[in-house]
Write a protein that binds this ligand. Sequence first.
Ligand code: DX5
Ligand code: ZN
Length: 227
Amino acid sequence: MAVQMAPSILSADFARLADEAAAVAAVADWLHVDVMDYHFVPNLTIGLPVVEALHKHTGLPLDCHLMISEPDRWAAGYAEAGARNVTVHAEALQSPVRTLRLIRAAGARAGLAVNPASPVEPFEDLLPELDMLLLMTVEPGFGGQSFLDIVLPKLRRARAMVQRHGASVWLQVDGGVGEETIERCAEAGADVFVAGSAVYGADNPAAAVQALRRRAEQATARASWQR
Ligand code: DX5
Ligand code: ZN
């Protein structure tokens, strides 16, 4: 299972998004784009027009994390706008199966996110509809929050659930992931790592991505779920 790094532009300079994407283009696997609507979360960021524009200015695949209250209505539009992955929140979905299928039909990978207090077990039967499960390791809405260790047991259960089904679903962690916490995430079963402030708060964002990746790879190599 390969480690994948997804720097989050939430902590980047919003007036220079193309440059900020370019700063990590050679070392990142994805560019994580946090879409917030001021309803599902108490913060407002960017939407479809910015995703469309960014797609034209970076070669990195866009990983759109929709923290919005009507994902059923908007998700497929992000795939059509060029996102390679579109993740929708379980807490906001009315029709999960239909929306996940619409994302895939529009040509993107389909992700399902759960907040720290939401369980993953109810979605076991949905694994065939999913390409990625995102376990939030902070309450969604803001960058720079402290990592929630209470999510790690759920991450272990999610890894076991995926392995039980022989599914190729990726497990992403998002929130408070940095030098201090990324190894715990990898050991517990994550393979896709979002990092905002740990990357764009660093003097050299590309070097920060590489250092985080090394730590995650070493921790993955010694993880029990790998064997
Ligand atoms: C928070 C967002 C995250 C955010 C993480 O709701 O979903 O993607 O950018 O930021 P850090 O890595 O600073 O916790
Ligand atoms: Zn995010």
